[in-house]
Design a protein around this ligand. Structure first.
Ligand code: HEC
Ligand code: HEC
Ligand code: HEC
Ligand code: HEC
Length: 155
């Protein structure tokens, strides 16, 4: 009895992360324009941020030589075809959660890949190494010039 339980737990531990990673691999990036349709307020204000222009800024750098390694932080999904730090760099790849019936339900959206940004989200690029300085998520959340305007107050 004890032995079966142990194996059952071992099985669960092995299977759950596999299932999660297989699912995560299916999400793809759709691009900021796809979010604009329903999130006009956020989109228009995001466009004015330095995040939105981050690829151009890296390309125009006079002090550092631009190359593909810059895209890790100066683009979305390390992809030159997705210039700028777009919505999905902070909110996760949107292919599965962008549909209205899923989006309108926060729990469903999160189950389909929506990321509610946290300090860890920012730390991916604001590493504190080289020219990348650390940012304080709690402090910056009200910095609409860095993030975007909120249509709904943040919970
Ligand atoms: C078909 C319309 C639609 C599209 C397309 C869409 N959303 Fe949404 N989204 C909604 C609705 C509806 C809500 C629920 C809150 C509200 O009414 O704004 C929502 C909520 C959100 C929230 C808030 C989650 C929370 O509760 O904190 C985020 C973040 C978000 N969407 C990001 C995105 C991103 C990024 C994209 C593009 C990849 C996107 N959405 C595409 C309709 C949409
Ligand atoms: C680890 C993430 C990361 C990588 C990789 C990276 N950057 Fe940056 N970069 C940042 C962040 C974050 C900022 C915002 C400035 C800050 O943190 O003070 C920034 C700012 C800049 C700026 C504007 C401000 C300044 O310091 O001049 C330029 C230009 C720039 N980066 C160019 C580049 C180039 C070119 C590359 C590739 C050789 C690159 N970056 C690679 C994260 C990164
Ligand atoms: C995919 C990488 C990436 C992520 C994720 C990211 N940033 Fe940035 N951030 C950058 C880069 C690159 C710059 C520099 C852009 C430039 O100068 O053109 C920047 C610039 C900034 C700036 C300076 C804006 C200004 O105009 O002075 C602030 C503040 C900032 N980010 C806050 C945040 C916060 C808070 C988060 C998390 C919610 C976050 N960032 C997530 C890459 C990122
Ligand atoms: C630099 C990171 C970053 C980028 C880029 C970004 N967001 Fe956000 N977004 C945030 C943060 C942080 C919050 C507040 C999270 C919370 O609920 O605590 C937020 C909240 C939201 C919300 C819920 C609040 C509201 O406005 O109703 C929506 C919707 C949203 N973002 C959509 C978008 C869309 C669409 C884009 C692209 C046009 C985008 N975001 C780009 C960081 C980002």
């Amino acid at each position: 009895m004890k032995k079966t339980l142990k194996w059952a737990i071992a099985g669960l531990v092995a299977v759950v992360p596999l299932a999660l990673s297989a699912q995560a691999a299916n999400y793809t990036y759709v691009g900021a324009k796809k979010c604009k349709m329903c999130h006009h307020v956020e989109y228009t204000s995001w466009q004015t941020t330095t995040h939105a222009k981050a690829t151009d800024v890296a390309k125009a750098s006079k002090t550092r030589k631009y190359g593909p390694e810059c895209l890790k932080c100066h683009a979305t999904n390390h992809d030159a075809n997705m210039p700028g730090v777009q919505c999905e760099a902070c909110h996760g790849p949107g292919s599965a959660y962008k549909k209205f019936p899923i989006m309108k339900d926060r729990a469903k959206a999160v189950a389909n890949g929506l990321n509610i940004p946290s300090q860890a989200t920012c730390n991916q690029c604001h590493t504190g190494q080289g020219h990348s300085h650390k940012v304080d998520f709690k402090k910056e959340i009200n910095n609409k010039k860095a993030i975007h305007k909120f249509k709904h107050p943040i919970k």
